[in-house]
Design a protein around this ligand. Structure first.
Ligand SMILES: [Zn+2]
Length: 73
């Protein structure tokens, strides 16, 4: 696990997040504007998507549905 600095796609506010080694996308809640966006770690850094604009493979919720084995909800 390591940390990277990212910018909110809505307000450009900077924040530091922890990334995991499996490159799974995750949601980030911006502390400045309180909006949610998606951060997807990649081998080259980190890709940011606005909530709802990520392709399914980069959307945590959509991935859960596609994989269908989370057993939640
Ligand atoms: Zn923000």
């Amino acid at each position: 696990m390591s940390t990277v600095t990212i910018n909110c796609p809505y307000c450009s506010g900077e924040q530091t997040v922890s990334t995991h080694s499996n490159f799974a996308p995750f949601y980030v809640n911006c502390p400045e504007c309180a909006r949610r966006f998606i951060a997807e770690p990649t081998q080259l850094g980190i890709t940011i998507f606005r909530d709802g604009e990520a392709p399914c493979c980069s959307d945590p919720d959509c991935r859960d549905i596609e994989m269908g084995d989370s057993g939640q909800d």
